[in-house]
Structure formats: structure tokens, C-alpha cells
Design a protein around this ligand. Sequence first.
Ligand code: GLC
Ligand code: CA
Length: 546
Amino acid sequence: MTNPTWWKEGIIYQIYPRSFQDTNGDGIGDLAGIAARLDYLVWLGADAIWISPIYPSPMADFGYDISDYCDVDPLFGSLHDFDHLVEEAHRRNLKVILDYVPNHTSDQHAWFAESRASRSNPKRDWYYWKDPNPDGGPPNNWISNFGGSAWELDPGTGQYYYHAFLKQQPDLNWRNSEVVAAMSDVLRFWMRRGVDGFRVDVLWHLMKDAEWRDNPPNPAFREGQPDIERLLQVHSADQPEVHGIVQHLRRVVDEFPDRVLIGEIYLPIDRLVTYYGRDLSGAHLPFNFQLIQSAWIARQLAALIREYEAALPAGGWPNWVLGNHDKPRIASRIGRPQARVAAMLLLTLRGTPTLYYGDEIGMENVSIPADQVQDPWEKNEPGLGFNRDPQRTPMQWGDEENAGFTIGKPWLPLELRFRERNVKAFAADRNSILVLYRRLIALRRRHKALTIGSYREVESEGDVLAHERAAGGEVILVALNLGREAQRLKARGRGTGQVLLSTLGSREGEAIHAEIEIGPDEGLVIGYGAAADAGPIEADPPEGGG
Ligand code: GLC
Ligand code: CA
């Protein structure tokens, strides 16, 4: 059964493999653990899983430093385990998306070992090597995303190599056609194994200024911001030539049917949408992180949703993300009551939603004692508040020891309240955030208006955020209160509606007339026409999974 647009209608669930499920007691999640939890993901209603890197890696950046693109790190299992996982996922109609990290390899990759061996090595040009400045210093002023100079002197050959991230992550030279060919074969290798698509790491970084000009200072820099913010990334990222590479990656992905190309891109909306490419020849889904980056203020969110919808190229499919392994947990950022409202927003906006593991049970940032810090960024730039460990803690499955994540010592500490806050407890509680997520996903699946319907902003004021989705005879109004005071919203002109789902679980089935009262921290999905006929979504909807 093929469905060329599964990535438009479906829901993507991001798994950080170290923290999902351990099966061999080493305290680190593995592929067998993911396979063991697939039924949970089907129950939740996910359509695809995106797994952060599982390849052999010295783990300087927890898998984003890859020493072999075509294998599995023994920590996570084997290629055999991977094939088994794909088979089990596909049997359940779940797609599998892998992380593809083309900007840099590990400094332990065989390619880099060759490249650094001598100035005349055939792979020298696979990375960026430059002579020192006349004063012996680095070739230009570029700064690493993890702090300090982006250049590392290699004493053996007397040249510097460029690394946009850790010095253990040398950047690949995408102007070199052998690199392009080798990295294209990596995509083919995994697609032949059945992989349904890729999330491309730091896609906007792939090309750098051909002349390696200095970046200008950032006039808005303030002490306390990460080092990288000192300069504007004018020459080190988002170069015009990057679109040629994106197009090339898309062509490779299109050699196989029904695959998806997703790009990790942190750029303002007007720059972000250029990654769809001319005539949509670029990424299917340039990740849209607006909900992660914006303050949780209704008027501000309304403006950015409007701006994003307006900026999309014709036929470009939108997408929304609430959390990932690099950003603080949504429940900590906006509070637990609003995390439910955020779930309703994520799952009712137009476009593919990506859910970060654990957000469906309202996981919060876990505070990490100084002697247990793992994140290399935090180690490089301690105390600025950018540690990424807090949002990477083990998934909370049950109330047993270590929440059922491991029988060993977990690589990061668990949330202290995991005995009350876990999948098992929440699945049995119809008022839990987990059941809300499950019902929202089921509702989205049930109504074409929510999956592929049109989007229209509904005029609102103050803390209210409202929009309307429609398809066929279905009209769905979503009314969210982002504040702590009751609000009102005018709902004239649609006839009588019916509450299909409420974040507070209290008003389902209620008839809605000309005006809606929305309680503090409340979100409502209201059906009209054919959408009302279907009635409220069950407290225990049928299983999803395609
Ligand atoms: C991306 C990843 C992040 C990683 C970085 C370097 O931003 O999401 O976790 O540290 O790239 O690969
Ligand atoms: Ca393990």
C-alpha cells in the first residue's frame, strides 16, 4: 500500500534513542528498546518515528559526531537490530525516518584520518583546511556553535581545519564532488534498507562563503549569550549555493518512492521558506521552529502563524514543532496547564506536527547536578543556561525502578516525580495530558478538515488564539485561551456547533452558539456541519497507526 503524502497527513514522533528504552541494562536506550515500544506509539497514534543518530560514534556530541555513516553503534545494537526494527515498524504502518548528519563527521571517521594524514592526501580536500593567518592565528574570525574559535590547528600538517560545532566534528567540504557522491550513497544505503526519509542535521550550514570572509559583529550581543552570538552568521551559513545541495539531496531521495526530506533549519521565516526550493525542488519539510522560539503570548503567536502561512510557497506544505532534543521542554517553558493548550495548537494547525518523546506525558526539564553534566555544549560554556541534558532524560514508562527505562544506572537522572507521571499511570487516567494527546491525534485523523483542510485565522483579542479549519462539509473552530482569566470569543455565522474536545475534558458535547466562553487555560475544538455530526471524540479512541 503506497501513500505518497503520508508525511503531510501523518504525525512524526521524535525518539532520542539514548533515552527511550534500554534493554540490556547499560543505562542507555537501544534499538531493541524502540522495537519493544512500537505498540505504544501505535496506541498513541504516531505515523512515523524519527530517530536521532544511531551510527557508530565516539559520542562527543552524542551521535551527531559520526565515524561511520553505514553502520549502527554497538551501544544501540546492530544492523540486524535495525532491519528488525524497520520490519516491525512497517508491519504496524509506522514509517521510519533517520537523522542524516552531512555537515560534519567525527574526527575519528576514516575519511578525516586520511584527510589529516598529509597535505597531499587524496581526501585532503574532503574537509576545509586553511593556512594560519600571517600571525599564526586562525584563518578567520568564525566562532563554533559550541563556543570558541571554529578553527583547530592540526600540528601534523600545520594547517587549520574548520568545525562549526565541536573540534571533534570537522566540517565536510560539500564543494567537493567526491564528498557529494559518497554522502549521496549514504542516503541510498539506508533507503535500500527500507528507511522512509531523513531529517537533515543543520541543513542551512552545508555551504560556507567561498572566500571565507570574516563575519561581522552582532550589535545586539549581550554578555550571557552563547559565544556564537557575538557575530552575525552572514558568511558561515545560509549561503545561496546551499540550495543546489538541497536540490541534489532531494533528487537522491526521489530515486526511491514515497520518501521524505526534512531539514533542520533555524532561520527567520522569510529565509526558512526558501528551503522548499524553486518549484518545491528542495526539502519537503523545512522544520518550522516558530512555536519553540516564540514567547507564549497569543498575539505574538497569531502574528507568526499568519506570517508563516503567508510566506509558504505555492503548494509548500507547512509543519510545526513544539520541542526537540536541543530546546527546553515545553511543559517547563509555559507550565503544565498551557502544555495542554500547546498540544491542541500543535495538532490542529495546518501542517505536519512533530512531537518530541515525553512531551505527550508533560515531561519537564530535569535539573542536572554539576557532576552529572553530559552535554558538551554545557561543558564548553557552563552556566549560561543552555545545557541540553534536562530535555534528554529517560522516558517515564511506569512507576517501577527507573520508570521502567532501565534495570541499570540511567545515563541521565530521571524526573523526580516519575512515579506519578508516567505512561502507565496516565494511560489509565482520562484527564491526563497523555490521553488528551491521544484524543487530539485521533480527532485529527478522523477529520479531513484537520489533516488536509484549509486554514483561516479567526479574529480574536487578548489571550485568545483562534483558527478555523475546513474541508468538504466539515468546519472546525479551535479556540485557545493562553491566559489565566476567562475569555470570550465571537462565533457567529457558523450555525450551532458542538464541542468535540476540550483540554480540560469537561465540556464535550456542549452546544455552541453566537459566543464562546473559554475558561482559564482552556482550549476547545468545536465542530460544525459534518464535523459536529461525528460527535465528541471518545475518551478511549481506537488505535491509530495508519
Ligand atoms: C543539530 C543537532 C544538535 C547537534 C548539532 C551538531 O543542531 O540537533 O543536537 O549538537 O546539530 O550536529
Ligand atoms: Ca542499552
